[in-house]
Write a protein that binds this ligand. Structure first.
Ligand code: KDG
Length: 324
C-alpha cells in the first residue's frame, strides 16, 4: 500500500557556503531539491509510504537524487533514467535581506521531457493519493498534457488528488499562459493548496474568500489557502476553518515552506480512509492545518529545501507536549 504518489522534477541544488553575489562565490554545498520530492521526504519522515516518480539524467546527479530519496525511505522504483537529457541543476544566491535568488539550469532537462507516453498504470497501483504541482506543467512542451493525463488517471483509479500551483514565474513564457494552464489543472484536483498571492493572481480578485469560492466552483472539494504570517484557512462545503500561524523569529530561507505545509496537511488527512468526506473533514481539518502551519514554519528556519523536515515524534512533541 502506498499512501502518496508524487510526480515532478528534482534537481541537484548548489547552495553557496557564503552570502553575497554568486559571481564571487567559490564554495558550494551540494544537495537536491524539487517541490514534489520535498513533499515526499517530509511525508515519509511523518510515517507515510510515499512513491516519487520523475525522469532524471543517466548521470551522477540523477543518481544523487535517487540515492537521497531512497535514503529517506521513498520508493524510487519507477524513476525513469533518460539517456539523452541531463538532470536539472539549480543554484541559490543568499543575500543579507529578503528571499534568496534562484537560478535554474533545467531547460531541456530529463524531467522537462515528461510526456503522456511515459505514463504507466502501475505508477498508481495500490496507491491512495496523488500530489502534483504546477511546476511540472511549466517545464516542457508536453508536460501540461502529461499532467492532465496523470491527474485524470488517478481519479479514474479512485485516488484523491492534491494540487499546489507552486507558481514559478521564471519558468513560464508569460503570465497569461501560467494563469490559463494552472486554472485548467485546478478542476482536475480534489484538494487545491494555493498561497494567497497565487490565489489572487489566478482569479484576479483580491478577497481570499471570493477566491476560495471560485476555486470550489471549479471542482476541488477542499481549498486551503496559505496566508503567510496570518496562518492558513480551509474551505469545504459551506464551511471555513482558520488556523493561526506558528510564529518564528526570523526566516532563514523560506524556499520549501509550501511543500512542508502540504506534507503536514496531507499527513493528517491521510490518516483517514475517506479523507474528503465532510464529517471526516469536520473532525480533522483543524489538526491538519495545525500540522501544516507548524511544518511550514519550521521549514523557514534552515537553509536547504527539505533537510530540516521533522520526524513524527518531533511533531508530536512540538504540538502536544507542554514545556515543563
Ligand atoms: O517549493 C520549493 C521548490 O521550488 C524547490 O525545492 C525547487 O522545485 C523547485 C523549483 O522548481 O523551484
Amino acid at each position: 500500500q502506498i499512501d502518496v504518489v508524487t510526480i515532478g522534477e528534482s534537481m541537484v541544488l548548489f547552495q553557496p557556503m557564503m552570502e553575497g553575489p554568486l559571481t564571487y562565490c567559490h564554495l558550494f554545498s551540494k544537495s537536491i531539491a524539487g517541490a514534489e520530492s520535498n513533499v515526499a521526504i517530509a511525508l515519509s519522515r511523518l510515517g507515510k509510504k510515499v512513491r516519487w516518480i520523475s525522469r532524471v539524467g543517466n548521470d551522477p546527479f540523477g543518481q544523487t537524487i535517487i540515492s537521497t530519496l531512497a535514503g529517506e525511505c521513498v520508493d524510487v522504483s519507477h524513476v525513469i533514467k533518460d539517456e539523452h537529457a541531463p538532470t536539472g541543476i539549480y543554484f541559490k544566491e543568499f543575500k543579507q535581506y529578503g528571499e534568496p535568488n534562484i537560478y535554474y539550469y533545467r531547460k531541456f532537462s530529463a524531467a522537462s521531457n515528461f510526456s503522456k507516453k511515459d505514463i504507466k498504470l502501475e505508477w498508481l497501483d495500490h496507491a491512495r493519493h496523488l500530489h502534483v504541482t504546477g511546476i511540472t506543467s511549466a517545464l516542457g512542451e508536453h508536460t501540461v498534457e502529461f499532467m492532465k493525463e496523470v491527474m485524470k488517471l488517478a481519479k479514474e483509479k479512485g485516488l484523491t488528488v492534491s494540487f499546489d500551483p507552486n507558481l514559478r514565474y521564471k519558468l513560464w513564457d508569460n503570465e497569461k499562459k501560467a494563469k490559463e494552464v494552472i486554472n485548467s489543472l485546478i478542476s482536475l484536483s480534489d484538494v487545491f493548496l494555493p498561497g494567497i498571492e497565487e490565489a489572487k493572481f489566478l482569479t484576479g480578485m483580491e478577497d481570499y474568500e471570493k477566491n476560495a469560492q471560485r476555486f470550489l466552483e471549479m471542482g476541488p472539494k477542499l481549498v486551503v489557502i496559505k496566508l503567510g504570517q496570518k496562518g492558513s484557512v480551509a474551505f469545504f462545503g459551506k464551511k471555513k476553518v482558520v488556523a493561526e500561524a506558528v510564529t518564528v523569529e526570523n526566516v532563514v530561507d523560506p524556499i520549501g515552506a509550501g511543500d512542508a505545509f502540504a506534507a503536514g496537511f496531507l499527513s493528517v488527512l491521510l490518516n483517514e480512509n475517506n479523507p474528503l468526506d465532510e464529517t471526516v473533514l469536520d473532525k480533522q481539518i483543524e489538526d491538519a492545518l495545525k500540522h501544516a502551519n507548524l511544518l511550514g514554519a519550521l521549514a523557514t528556519q534552515f537553509k536547504g529545501d527539505w533537510e530540516s523536515s521533522p520526524y513524527a515524534v518531533e511533531v508530536d512533541r512540538l504540538l502536544f507536549e507542554k514545556e515543563p
